[in-house]
Each structure stands twice: as structure tokens, then as C-alpha cells.
Design a protein around this ligand. Structure first.
Ligand SMILES: Cc1ncc(COP(=O)(O)O)c(C=O)c1O
Length: 394
């Protein structure tokens, strides 16, 4: 066979057996009311923004939109941090970005663990070869300032990492004074705000938070896919004086800032439609006003809590630590919790979450986040709990 014929043979379009592909109809997603730990339902205007035609990631229109997203994120977080941007990835990518950019091998990182996501932070810091120390609390409790200060004195870490809103337990950690003691012991404060952004009061600058991250799919009511990230000037200084390169190329904020900052140099092809979506989600938040959104979340959570109380159903977290975006509900004695969540999804199209980690099998997790935090949804859940739950006695 001569060369020309050989090439013609390898490039010929041979028939391909496609008969097994007939089963793929075009997608039809079932209707769901997402009242679990996240995602929440996307706001219809966000869905419209997502469906806009994509444009180039260096298009002047898009570059302007990037600046708007940054400005709106600073507002949502109440920070003036220059380096504030959405990482292309979910909350865990932004979580990893805070660790990757701030931790150097051998440095002490103190992690407060009172739930599932504190453990994830410790695991990530360990992978970046930090000397990880932890303080631990039962899932559903919070640390006192004295406990945190004692641990800072004992370990003298470079970074103290903690979760503001623990989605696994339903605790909203009090933040007053923590930033001050971190400064006193010359350590950066790293805060997970995945389940608080947009739904719970957050004042990053006032609280002295140096590194924070969040997600698009909970309080912002956008689909999962972006991880808002921010670092303070103090954390930027640490980044600039690193001994070695940030060991994660994709999440290196000094490289990313060449795209998000004034240079506009290509780093990776931005998920432009996701940024259309988050731009709209943040615009909706600013239209409502942060304080109004926080109040709405609190009022609806309180209505859920008192309604459940009237039904004789207990909550896992004491009232002063409760999170308005996520409520952990004790599964009553003798009730098959898993069967009830499956039934809710099957009969009503409502998703609520089961327990995670230490709380698996012990609680349900009901989320009232962003667009889903409404009095109608509260009533719907309470009515179903009242009418249908008794059938699930084991
Ligand atoms: C408190 C907290 N941190 C981090 C994450 C991780 O975010 P993602 O699942 O978007 O990667 C979650 C996810 O639910 C979370 O609730």
C-alpha cells in the first residue's frame, strides 16, 4: 500500500455503530424545590442571564462585566479588598485557593473544627504541607473567644481557619473579637462563608477577616460553578513575600490577578456565562439590599423554627447560634428519616438534606437560601411535616 492510499484509509469515515445511543432523548430536568443544604433554586432572572449567548473572555463588554462582578462581590462581603474575584470552580476550589495562596510548607495552620467543613479545611492545609493544629468542638457548638485565644497562644499559627456558617451543623459562628485576637497574635484569619454570603450578616473588613471564600449556589441563587474569593492587603503582603511559588497553578491569585486586574492577560478561558449569572444574582441582591436580605432570611428561619416547635419537633442547635440559611432538625425518635426525605422528593419534588458526618442519621437539614427563603416555602414544609411525617414511624 503506498503512503497516499494508507492515509486515505486511516482518514476514511467508517460507519460507527450508534444503535445503543437511541436511548438518549434531549434532557428534561424534573421540577424540584431545593430546600436542602444547597444548591438552592436559581432565580429566574439568573437563569435568563446564564442563557445569554457567550462572548469572548477578553471582549471589552465582558471585561467591564468582570469589574462589576468584583464590585458587587465586595459589597456582598462588605470589604474593600482589591483582590476579590470569583474562582472558576465551586466553593471547594475557592477554599483551596485561600489555602494554596496563603500557606507555605511547614507553616502552622490552626483550624477550628466543629463540623464537616472544618475537617475539609484541615485536610486541604495538610495537603499543602502545613503543620496543621486543630481545636475541636462537638458538632452543633461554637468556640468561645477564650478558647480561640488560648489556642493561638499555644500554637502561634500563621493562619487561623474557621467556618462562619457550618452547613453540616447549622451553626452560625459568632465573629466579634476573633479578628482582633488574630491580629494580636500576628496571624491571618481565614473564613469559610459558603453558607452565609447573601443570607447572613457578614462584615469581612469590620471583622478583620484576611481570606474568605464562598459559592454561587446557596445565598446567591445561581447554579454551582463559581467560588467567590477575597484576600485582604495583609494577606496580599504574605502572598508577595512567599519563599516559593503558589503550588497550584490554576488557583494562583497572583497569576489570576493579571486577568482580573488591569493587565487583562489570558489565564484560562473564563466560564463567561457563569459570570453573567453571578452578575445578575449579585445585582438582585443589591436591588433588595443586604440588610433586607439578611432580615428576610432571619424572619423565614424564625417562622420555620417556631412552626417546628409547635409540632413538637426539636432543633439541633440552641437558638443564639442558629443559622438562618440552614436549620438542623432532630429526626424524632422512631421516625425513619431517610424514608421521609425520599418521600418528599418523590411525592412533592422537595429536596431536604440528611445529616453529614457525626450527624448522619440524626438530623435533617432544611435550607432556606436566597430565592428559596420565602414564607410560602416555610408554610409548605410545615404543612407537609404536620400532615405526612406521622406516617414514617418505624
Ligand atoms: C460550609 C461549606 N464549605 C465549603 C463547601 C464546599 O463547596 P462546594 O460544594 O461548592 O465545593 C460547602 C458545600 O456545601 C459548604 O457548605
Amino acid at each position: 500500500m503506498n503512503l497516499t492510499r494508507a492515509l486515505a484509509t486511516t482518514q476514511s469515515f467508517l460507519p460507527v455503530d450508534e444503535s445503543h445511543l437511541n436511548k438518549f432523548a434531549s434532557i428534561a430536568v424534573p421540577e424540584r424545590l431545593l430546600l436542602g443544604p444547597g444548591p438552592s433554586n436559581s432565580h429566574p432572572d439568573v437563569l435568563k442571564a446564564l442563557a445569554l449567548p457567550p462572548i469572548g473572555h477578553l471582549d471589552p463588554f465582558y471585561v467591564d462585566l468582570m469589574g462589576e462582578v468584583q464590585e458587587l462581590l465586595r459589597y456582598a462581603w462588605q470589604t474593600d479588598n482589591r483582590l476579590t474575584l470569583p474562582m472558576s470552580g465551586t466553593g471547594s476550589a475557592a477554599m483551596e485557593a485561600t489555602i494554596a495562596n496563603s500557606v507555605e510548607p511547614g507553616e502552622k495552620v490552626l483550624v477550628a473544627i466543629n463540623g464537616y467543613f472544618g475537617n475539609r479545611l484541615a485536610d486541604m492545609a495538610d495537603r499543602y504541607r502545613a503543620d496543621v493544629q486543630t481545636i475541636n468542638k462537638a458538632w452543633g457548638e461554637a468556640f468561645s473567644l477564650d478558647e480561640i485565644e488560648a489556642a493561638l497562644i499555644k500554637h502561634r499559627p500563621a493562619i487561623f481557619a474557621m467556618v462562619h456558617a457550618e452547613t453540616s451543623t447549622g451553626v452560625c459562628h459568632p465573629m466579634e473579637g476573633i479578628g482582633d485576637i488574630c491580629k494580636k497574635y500576628d496571624c491571618l484569619l481565614l473564613l469559610d462563608t459558603v453558607t452565609s454570603l447573601g443570607g447572613v450578616p457578614l462584615f469581612l473588613d469590620k471583622w478583620g477577616v484576611d481570606l474568605a471564600y464562598s459559592c454561587s449556589q446557596k445565598g446567591l441563587s445561581c447554579p454551582p460553578g463559581l467560588g467567590p474569593f477575597t484576600i485582604s492587603p495583609r494577606a496580599e503582603e504574605k502572598l508577595n513575600s512567599r519563599q516559593g511559588k503558589v503550588p497550584n497553578w490554576y488557583l494562583d491569585v497572583s497569576l489570576l490577578n493579571k486577568y482580573w486586574g488591569s493587565d487583562r492577560v489570558y489565564h484560562h478561558t473564563a466560564p463567561v456565562n457563569m459570570n453573567f449569572g453571578i452578575r445578575e444574582a449579585l445585582r438582585l441582591l443589591s436591588e433588595e439590599g443586604l440588610a433586607n436580605s439578611w432580615k428576610r432570611h432571619r424572619n423565614n428561619a424564625e417562622a420555620l423554627w417556631s412552626g417546628l416547635d409547635k409540632l413538637g419537633i426539636e432543633l439541633h442547635v440552641k437558638k443564639d447560634l442558629r443559622l438562618s440559611t440552614l436549620t438542623t432538625v432532630k429526626i424524632p425518635e422512631g421516625i425513619d428519616g431517610k424514608a421521609f426525605t425520599l418521600y418528599l422528593l418523590d411525592k412533592y419534588g422537595i429536596e431536604i438534606g440528611g445529616g453529614l458526618g457525626d450527624l448522619a442519621g440524626k438530623v435533617w437539614r432544611i435550607g432556606l437560601m436566597g430565592y428559596n427563603s420565602t414564607s410560602e416555602n416555610v408554610k409548605k414544609v410545615l404543612n407537609i411535616f404536620e400532615s405526612d411525617l406521622p406516617r414514617f414511624s418505624k
